[in-house]
Structure formats: structure tokens, C-alpha cells
Design a protein. Structure first.
Length: 582
């Protein structure tokens, strides 16, 4: 049955798999890191990058981004297969009959495998499905009650911390499974697993094209591993806040419950809660269940509470979604325990088991989308490159812009002349500029970030044309709209609205370009760049007194992003001006 679940899940994930660069989170950075065998964003994801590179080399077909996407689908399907085995082990702990155990394990596995978070992460280039697979592997090893199982679990934990640090939340299960007779052997295996982190300084010392934080020496290595320059424990450097009130804490916990209900259905939550109660009550399950429950609390409600992201922001669900996979893995055994507790309270357990399965399935919303024809990130990056002249500098690009263009440059060898000017305010970023684009800065020592920023506008911007994908990045430098990008007007030159019109007409736009039609934040965010381009060109026409053209572009912006307040306000003002000109 494990093989059947693997094949079913893998086929399903492949059927909707993104065929190129996904717009999801940091997918572009991970694709580029795997292709170049580089250092991904903190904490570096050493094991994921190495496995990804091996898989890309072994897979004989498909473009590089697609192969990395397939890797996510493969580990998601493998997680489902292993989870089925783990649930059978859990059923034996509570002496569940074989038929009911197989039925319950299959149902719970399918609920997990078809949850929205798992489907989303199984179809894009991210490390989270590998994290889930490692979590299930660790739990399976810990279910073998001897030193070999504990030692292998410790080895996987050491390796897994390089894939994602949230696996540390499994420590309570280790404590629950530990026995004094194991002595120090698991610790030795754990340290062996941690040696995977040596990849970071070794590879960084060779200066690969992708080299976040340059962890080639101890200080930078520690800052990369601890995410010191990337928010540390914070999921978002600006939006996360370590300040709580009773109201904010309650709101965060409520958000976690509602999000979990979307993943499992209310029946899955209720049955799992009943299973957690039974597991902590029965002597044969108590130690294991307490360990699982504490780990689930840490990875689920406590993690949401720690993140303390603003619930009103559209980015918050997108940032938190990947962390539901580990919480889901830990919740699945409780659903299995609850399934057993319900079915065992009948003289006809199989009939009650079938009824419970129907109850679990019926309470869940079943709606899926496919990413097979999703070219938003790829086309956006291509359109940006079409907008830029030779040797242009793209100033402080956002992650979706930076990562997508980086894939085109490093994987498809497109427009290597374009400079992606990121992280220049950090020491390693400054050194990367010196090494990669020595002509961009004067050959003099630069002592601090303020001096570097001054030289960018007094020296660098006079040597190369500077552009940004968001105009506010140039404040207070004047700029002009040129399609999807904005040119800093440090050099002389009149604004060219005709050139911007030509670029907008030239862009490839495959798909549905209406933000309201895309529930995922990342796709709608990319579309909003196009809407902003239309709105900002409309502003330039309005400044020139061409109200008809301005209205045309404001309306185009609102067609793409109906809720854009700036375009709506600008359109209202322009329509008020029009009658005075007639």
C-alpha cells in the first residue's frame, strides 16, 4: 500500500507541477543555488542543495527549474508513503485490528497528502517537502525502541537541521524515546550529521556565483547558519515582532486553529484532539504521545505565536504556509489514535471505521489548482530583461525579481551584463561587488554603508544606467517610467513615454492577469508589478497634461489589480479634470 500511495501522490503532484520558475517564495534562489552548487539564502540549506544537484544531474529530461520542482514532488510523495508506515506502527502501539489499521492509515495519509499546504509545496522548488520526509523518517526510527533506531534518528536530525532548523522541534520526541542504556551513541551520530554544514565554508571559499553571506570564515558562517542578517528567529525582518499582548496572542492561536482546519477539516481537528487525549491517557501510548504533543505544540501554535506576523497583511498566510507540513506530520498520529478510539467503541468496528473515514473526508474542502501553465515568474523576468539597456544596474531588486532574473542569468545564460545590486550594505555584499563588478566603485577604501550609498549615486550611477522595479527605491532621486522598470534620471535625458508604451506592448503576458483571480499571494504580487507600471505611466501622462492617455493607463492598472488604491484615486482625479478640458 505504501507503494500505491507513493505512485498516486507522485502522479497527482506531477499533473499540476510548475514547468519553469515558480513565483513561490524563494524558489528562484534555490534553483540557482542547486544549478551552481552555491550557497542559498540563510541558513544555506546544504543537504537540500547537494541532493538537488545530484537529482538534477541524474534526471535525463526537462529544464533545470522543472527538475528541481520534480524533486519537491518526489519527496512529498515519499513523505506520504513513509507516513502510512508510521501510522501502521502507531496502530500497533494501540493494538488496532489490521483491517481497521490499514483503512485508518490510508485515510489519514490521503488527508495529509491532499492538504493545501502539501500540494502547494509539492509543486514548487522548495526544501519543505524534504523537511517533512526527514521528519517522518526520524519518527519512524524513533519508533524502533533500541539504540540503532535512536542513533539513526539522531543522524537524520543532524543532517536535517541543514535542510530546515525547525526540525529541532522534534527534540521532545527524542526525549520521550531515549533510554539510559543508549548512553552517548546518539550524540555521536548527531554530530556526524552536523558535518554536512562543512559544505558551506568549503564551497563558499571557491566563490560560487550564488554565495549568500560568504560563509567562508567563522564569523560569516555563524551569521549564515543563525540567519543573523536575515531576521534570526523572525520569519520576516520587518513584520515579525517579539512584542505580544493577550489580544494578539489569542488572535495568533485562533489563526493557527483556522488554518489547521483548512488543512485537515474540522473533523480532522476534532478526531486528532480526541486522539491526543486518548494517547496521553493510556499507559501504553502516554510517553510517545506526550513527546509528539509537545513537538506539535512547538512546531504549530507556539511557532505561529513566536512569528507574531500581522494577520491583516496578505503576506502572512503565504509566509506561514510551509510550516504547516511539519505540524501536519506530527498531527497525523493523533488523528490515527482518534480513529482507533472511535472505531473500537462498537461491536462492528469496520462499519464505524468506514463512517469515520466518510466524516473526515466530507468535512474537508477539496479544491485544487494546477501550475502547469504558470509562466508568471519566468515571463516577468524575461520582460524585465527586455526593459533594461546593456550593462544596466538593477538597484535593490525585491526577492521575486532578483531570484527570477538570477535563474535566467545563471541557468539560461541570459543577460549576464545586468548587475543585480543587492546586499551592498553588508560587508559580504560589498566584497561581492568589488569582486564581480570592480568598475562599479572607485578604487578607494569605503569605510561604511553611508559612504558606499553616496558613491553609488555620485560615481556608479554616472558609469552605468541605474534602474529599479519599484520607483520608491529611488527616493529622492528623480526617475522616469520605462515599462516594468524605472530609470534613475541622474543623467540628462527627457522622459520618453513613447518608449514606455513600446515596452508595455512588447511584453509577453501568458495567463490570467487579474490579481483577484489568484488566491496565492506570490502570483498576484507579480501581476501587481504590471498594474503599478500602468499606473505610474499614467501619472507621467497626467503630469504632462495628457489626461486621456492617463485615464487609459489607470483603467488598465485597475483591470489587473482592481483593489489598487493609487490607481483608483488617480483615475477619480483624472476624470474630474477631463470635463474642464472638453
Amino acid at each position: 500500500m505504501s507503494l500505491v500511495l507513493f505512485l498516486l501522490s507522485f502522479t497527482f503532484y506531477l499533473s499540476g507541477l510548475s514547468g519553469t520558475i515558480p513565483p513561490y517564495r524563494d524558489s528562484g534562489d534555490l534553483i540557482a543555488s542547486i544549478h551552481t552548487l552555491g550557497i542559498a539564502h540563510p541558513p544555506g540549506y546544504a543537504l537540500y542543495v547537494l541532493i538537488g544537484k545530484l537529482f538534477v544531474l541524474l534526471m535525463p529530461f526537462g529544464n533545470i527549474p522543472y527538475r528541481v520542482n520534480v524533486l519537491s514532488a518526489l519527496f512529498a510523495a515519499a513523505t506520504a508513503a513513509l507516513l502510512f508506515r508510521l501510522l501502521l506502527v502507531a496502530s500497533r502501539r494501540c493494538l488496532m485490528p489490521q483491517k481497521e489499521a490499514a483503512l485508518g492509515a490510508t485515510a489519514v495519509t490521503l488527508l495529509f497528502a491532499s492538504s493545501p499546504a502539501v500540494i502547494s509545496l509539492a509543486r514548487v522548488a522548495e526544501m519543505y517537502t524534504l523537511t517533512a520526509w526527514l521528519a517522518v523518517m526520524i519518527l519512524l526510527c524513533l519508533s524502533v525502541e533500541d539504540t540503532r533506531g535512536m542513533s539513526m534518528a539522531a543522524l537524520f536530525l543532524g543532517l536535517g537541521l541543514s535542510v530546515h532548523p525547525t526540525l529541532i522541534f522534534l527534540l521532545p520526541v527524542f526525549v520521550a524515546a531515549y533510554h539510559r542504556s543508549y548512553k552517548y551513541t546518539p550524540a555521536v551520530y548527531f554530530l556526524m550529521g552536523l558535518t554536512i554544514f562543512l559544505y558551506l565554508p568549503i564551497r563558499a571559499s571557491q566563490h560560487p556565483p550564488v554565495n549568500w553571506g560568504d560563509p567562508s570564515h567563522w564569523r560569516n558562517f555563524w551569521r549564515v547558519v543563525t540567519r543573523a542578517d536575515y531576521g534570526g528567529l523572525k520569519l520576516h525582518p520587518e513584520q515579525s515582532s517579539f512584542l505580544w499582548t493577550a489580544a494578539s496572542a489569542t488572535a495568533q492561536i485562533k489563526d493557527f486553529v483556522m488554518t489547521s482546519a483548512h488543512e485537515w477539516g474540522w473533523a480532522g481537528l476534532l478526531v486528532g484532539a480526541f486522539g491526543a487525549f486518548i494517547g496521553t491517557k493510556e499507559a501504553s501510548l502516554r510517553r510517545w504521545s506526550i513527546g509528539l504533543l509537545v513537538s506539535w505544540i512547538l512546531s504549530g501554535p507556539a511557532f505561529f505565536l513566536l512569528s507574531n506576523l500581522p494577520l491583516s497583511e496578505p503576506t502572512t498566510p503565504a509566509i506561514l504556509q510551509p510550516y504547516l507540513l511539519l505540524a501536519g506530520v506530527l498531527w497525523a498520529p493523533f488523528v490515527m489514535f482518534g480513529f482507533y478510539a472511535i472505531s473500537s467503541r462498537s461491536s462492528r468496528p469496520l462499519v464505524l471505521s468506514l463512517a469515520t473515514v466518510v466524516f473526515l473526508v466530507a468535512s474537508r474542502s477539496w479544491a485544487w489548482t494546477s501550475e502547469r501553465n504558470d509562466f508568471y515568474a519566468y515571463d516577468y523576468a524575461r520582460n524585465l530583461l527586455r526593459s533594461l539597456p546593456r550593462n544596466a544596474v538593477l538597484y535593490e531588486p525585491d526577492d521575486p525579481t532578483h531570484f527570477s532574473i538570477q535563474v535566467l542569468q545563471l541557468v539560461e545564460n541570459r543577460r549576464r551584463d545586468i548587475v543585480l545590486l543587492n546586499f551592498f550594505k553588508t560587508r559580504w555584499g560589498y566584497e561581492q561587488i568589488r569582486r564581480s563588478w570592480p568598475d562599479l566603485l572607485p578604487p578607494i577604501p569605503i569605510d561604511n554603508g553611508q559612504e558606499l550609498l553616496r558613491l553609488l549615486w555620485t560615481y556608479s550611477a554616472r558609469k552605468r544606467p541605474f534602474y529599479a522595479e519599484l520607483p520608491q527605491k529611488f527616493t529622492p532621486v528623480p526617475y522616469r517610467a520605462e515599462g516594468l522598470v524605472y530609470a534613475a534620471q541622474e543623467r540628462s535625458g527627457a522622459p520618453s513615454r513613447e518608449h514606455a508604451e513600446t515596452l508595455l506592448a512588447l511584453y509577453v503576458q501568458r495567463g490570467d492577469f487579474v490579481t483577484a483571480h489568484h488566491p496565492d499571494y506570490f502570483t498576484s504580487h507579480l501581476i501587481s508589478y504590471y498594474a503599478a507600471a500602468q499606473n505610474n505611466l499614467g501619472i507621467e501622462y497626467a503630469n504632462a497634461g495628457d489626461w486621456r492617455r492617463a485615464i487609459m493607463h489607470y483603467e488598465a492598472a485597475l483591470q489587473m489589480e482592481p483593489g489598487q488604491p493609487a490607481a483608483r484615486q488617480n483615475l477619480t482625479f483624472a476624470l474630474q479634470k477631463m470635463p474642464k478640458l472638453l
